[in-house]
Design a protein around this ligand. Structure first.
Ligand SMILES: NC(=O)c1ccc[n+]([C@@H]2O[C@H](COP(=O)([O-])OP(=O)(O)OC[C@H]3O[C@@H](n4cnc5c(N)ncnc54)[C@H](OP(=O)(O)O)[C@@H]3O)[C@@H](O)[C@H]2O)c1
Length: 344
C-alpha cells in the first residue's frame, strides 16, 4: 500500500502558473472511504475558473484541482459495502449527493473545490462519491463523464425530457456540448443544430449528421439562422446554453413557443440584461442545471453502455504537464475533452 501520492496542487495565489507537482503523505483510510489509484482525470472549464480564482475567490489553497477521475480501488474502509479491491471506479462530481432535491449541504460536496480533487495518483473518496466504471470504457474515457456529460444528461434527459425528433441547439464544441451532441444523436434520436466559432470543428461534427451547423463568426445573428433551419421556422425545442452573458438572449430568441433553455455555462460572462416579454408571451422555460446526482450518473452510465457511446477525447497530457493541459483548455482548440493521464 503506498504511503504517499503525487499530486498537482495550486499553491498561493490563484494562477495556472502556481500549479505544482508535490509528493504528499497519505493518512489512515477512514471507515467509509475507498482508496483509489487514479489513472486519468479530465478538465472542465470550471477547473480553470477555480484555479484562476474566478469560480470561488474565497477557496482556500493549497487546492488539488479537478472533479473528474477514474481508476482502480486499492483498499476499502471497514464500513464500505459497495466496492471491493480491484474494482474500476469513476468519481461523482458531488461526493454526497446521491438523489433527490438539491440542498446547500449536498451541493457543497463537490470535488476540486471545496473538497480536494482528483489530480493525484491516489485519493480517498466517500463510498457515495464513486460509481463503477462501465467495462467498455477506458479510464480516460470514463474520466470525461462526471461533470460535463452528466450535466448534458441532466439538461436533456432528467430535466429536459427531450423526445426523438425534437430539435436541440448546442453551443461550441467543448466537453458539455459534445457530450450533449452524443446523447442527442446516439441515444435520443433528436436533431441537433450546432454552433461553433470554428469551421474546422463544425466539419468534425458533421459525422453526427447535424440538422444544421452555424459558424458564429460568419453568422453572428445565429438565433435567426437556427430558427430558419426548423420546420416552418417555428424555433428549436431546447437550447443548452453554455455561453452565458453573450448568448442567453439569442438562445431565448431561437426557441419555439413552450421551448426550454438549459442555463449551464458562463463562458462569455455571468451578467446580462434580458428581454422578459418573450418569456411569458411564449411560455418559455429557463432551467438552471448544476451537474447531477449519483443516481442520475448511474442512469447515464447504463444508457451510455446500452448504446456503447465512446466519449470524445481531444487532447491528453501527463500529470507533470498539468499546466500545459490547463493552458490548452484556456486556448479552446479542443473538440470534446482534455484528459490528464495520471499514471503516465
Ligand atoms: N452548470 C453546470 O453544472 C456546468 C457543468 C459543466 C460546465 N459548465 C459550464 O459550461 C461551460 C462550458 O464548459 P465546458 O467544460 O464544456 O467548456 P470547454 O470544454 O472549455 O468548452 C467550451 C467551448 O465553448 C465554445 N466557447 C468558448 N467561448 C465561448 C463563448 N464566449 N461563447 C460561446 N461559446 C464559447 C468553444 O467552442 P468552439 O471553439 O467550437 O466555439 C469552446 O471550445 C462553462 O462555462 C462551464 O463552467 C456548467
Amino acid at each position: 500500500m503506498p504511503m504517499t501520492c503525487l499530486a498537482i496542487q495550486l499553491e498561493g495565489a490563484f494562477h495556472v502558473g502556481n500549479l505544482v507537482l508535490r509528493e504528499l503523505p497519505l493518512g489512515e483510510l477512514a471507515p467509509h472511504h475507498v482508496r483509489v489509484a487514479i489513472r486519468a482525470a479530465s478538465l472542465n472549464f470550471r477547473d480553470l475558473l477555480m484555479v484562476r480564482g474566478v469560480y470561488n475567490p474565497k477557496q482556500p489553497t493549497p487546492l488539488i484541482p479537478c472533479s473528474d477521475g477514474a481508476g482502480e480501488v486499492l483498499a476499502v474502509g471497514a464500513n464500505v459495502r459497495a466496492f471491493k479491491v480491484g474494482d474500476r471506479v469513476t468519481t461523482c462530481f458531488f461526493q454526497d449527493f446521491c438523489s433527490g432535491e438539491a440542498t446547500r449541504e449536498k451541493m457543497s460536496t463537490s470535488l476540486g473545490g471545496p473538497i480536494q480533487g482528483t489530480l493525484r495518483t491516489v485519493c480517498d473518496f466517500l463510498e457515495t462519491g464513486l460509481v463503477h466504471t462501465p467495462s467498455y470504457l477506458t479510464d480516460g474515457e470514463a474520466a470525461t463523464l462526471p461533470c460535463a456529460a452528466l450535466t448534458a444528461w441532466n439538461a436533456l434527459v432528467e430535466q429536459g425530457n427531450v423526445k426523438p425528433g425534437q430539435t436541440i441547439l448546442l453551443q461550441g464544441t467543448g466537453g458539455v456540448s459534445i457530450a450533449a451532441l452524443q446523447i442527442a444523436r446516439e441515444l435520443l434520436g433528436a436533431q441537433v443544430i450546432l454552433l461553433s466559432r470554428s469551421a474546422e470543428k463544425l466539419r468534425l461534427a458533421s459525422a453526427y449528421r447535424l440538422l444544421g451547423a452555424i459558424d458564429t463568426g460568419a453568422t453572428p445573428d445565429w438565433s435567426k439562422a437556427a430558427r430558419a433551419l426548423t420546420p416552418g421556422g417555428r424555433g428549436v425545442d431546447h437550447v443548452v446554453d453554455v455561453g452565458g452573458a453573450d448568448t442567453l438572449q439569442q438562445s431565448i430568441r431561437a426557441l419555439r413557443p413552450g421551448g426550454t433553455v438549459s442555463v449551464i455555462g458562463v463562458l462569455s460572462g455571468a451578467k446580462t440584461e434580458l428581454q422578459l416579454t418573450p418569456m411569458l408571451m411564449q411560455n418559455l422555460r429557463l432551467q438552471g442545471v448544476l451537474v447531477g446526482t449519483r443516481e442520475m450518473q448511474l442512469r447515464m452510465n447504463a444508457a451510455y453502455t446500452s448504446a456503447a457511446i465512446k466519449p470524445i477525447i481531444s487532447q491528453q497530457f501527463s500529470l507533470a504537464e498539468a499546466r500545459q493541459a490547463f493552458a490548452a483548455l484556456a486556448l479552446g482548440a479542443h473538440f470534446g475533452k482534455v484528459v490528464i493521464r495520471v499514471d503516465a
